[in-house]
Write a protein that binds this ligand. Structure first.
Ligand SMILES: Nc1ncnc2c1ncn2[C@@H]1O[C@H](COP(=O)(O)OP(=O)(O)OP(=O)(O)O)[C@@H](O)[C@H]1O
Length: 295
């Protein structure tokens, strides 16, 4: 590794967003400021590999680690960089790119690479659910169910995600939840509950338009049970960033959230599904990740 340049590791997910990335190192070589940075490239080979590479890199002489992929790849890499002095950067290559869009990182690869030359690191809040980190959004109910079905789907990309969504939404039933937010209790039946650190799921679909990554709070977004005829209204409110004014969604800010449901079920952390038990505990970790943003 270089002694007089910034050492930068690119962790590249070759399957995210359904886009090929074999020629990406050459593109990075072309657009990265080589006077300033000494780049190293690593392609992930399996689920969890990005996390292993980031953990190793955190202990080594790297100054910056770049997650090349979507929110799932960022989650794996960033989970190992919470409270680290190393900077995380993003080249968005996902299906949704929720965190990258929120941070205003260009979706164009050349522009995202150029931003690494000039961008400024900023500390953002991160969060954890039952001890597992998330950075953009966690959720349960329909969105976790959909992530879980999408993970088993052969096709990636936005089109297949939307197609699956239409199919699954017709049969999904709302669930009851007991929710405690900073000591205050609520009993709700919900179609889905999203715990928002940023404002959007990805693809500029906003569940929590007023969320901030630097306010020290999470937003608990409870989507009320909803009939199929009202779904287009909710979809319109999400696309136009109006869910904070919607009667179909209740948004409550909090730092420490406990949720009890009737049975073990799916949750998602930044779009990656897993099955967890009935009791979920979620906490904000304020100003805990150094990340490159677009000034
Ligand atoms: N070589 C690989 N083969 C199969 N899966 C991989 C490989 N490398 C990484 N993964 C997994 O790919 C999954 C999807 O990645 P990611 O979330 O970044 O993309 P996406 O789902 O297309 O985008 P987004 O989360 O923005 O919608 C992650 O769970 C990651 O662990």
């Amino acid at each position: 590794m270089s002694q007089n340049k910034f050492n930068i590791l690119f962790i590249i997910n070759p399957i995210s967003g359904g886009k090929k990335k074999s020629d990406l190192p050459a593109l990075i070589d072309q657009f990265l400021d080589k006077e300033k940075y000494a780049p190293i490239y690593a392609f992930t080979e399996y689920i969890g590999h990005a996390s292993e590479l980031a953990e190793e890199a955190e202990k080594k002489n790297y100054d910056m680690i770049v997650a090349v992929g979507g929110d799932g790849t960022i989650n794996e890499v960033a989970s190992k960089l919470v409270h680290s002095d190393k900077t995380l950067a993003i080249i968005p290559f996902g299906s949704g790119n929720g965190l990258a869009r929120f941070l205003n990182i260009p979706l164009n690869a050349k522009k995202a690479i150029s931003l690494i030359n000039t961008g400024k690191p900023q500390l953002i809040d991160t969060a954890e659910l039952n001890g597992r980190k998330f950075f953009n959004m966690a959720g349960m109910g329909f969105d976790a169910h959909l992530s879980s079905v999408f993970a088993g789907n052969k096709k990636r990309g936005l089109k297949s995600y939307v197609e699956l969504g239409f199919k699954e939404i017709t049969t999904y039933k709302a669930q009851p939840y007991h929710i405690e937010i900073d000591g205050k209790e609520y009993d709700n039946s919900a179609f889905a509950i999203s715990i928002a650190n940023s404002s959007q799921y990805g693809n500029n679909v906003y569940i929590s338009p007023k969320s901030s990554l630097t306010d020290g709070y999470l937003d608990v977004c409870i989507i009320h049970p909803i009939s199929l005829v009202k779904l287009p209204i909710l979809a319109f409110q999400m696309i136009t960033g109006k869910t904070h004014q919607s009667s179909l969604v209740k948004i409550i800010r909090g730092k420490h959230i406990k949720i009890k449901r009737n049975a073990a079920d799916a949750v998602h952390l930044d779009g990656e599904p897993l099955k967890l038990g009935e009791e979920l505990e979620i906490k904000i970790i304020p100003a805990s990740l150094k990340i490159l943003t677009n000034p």
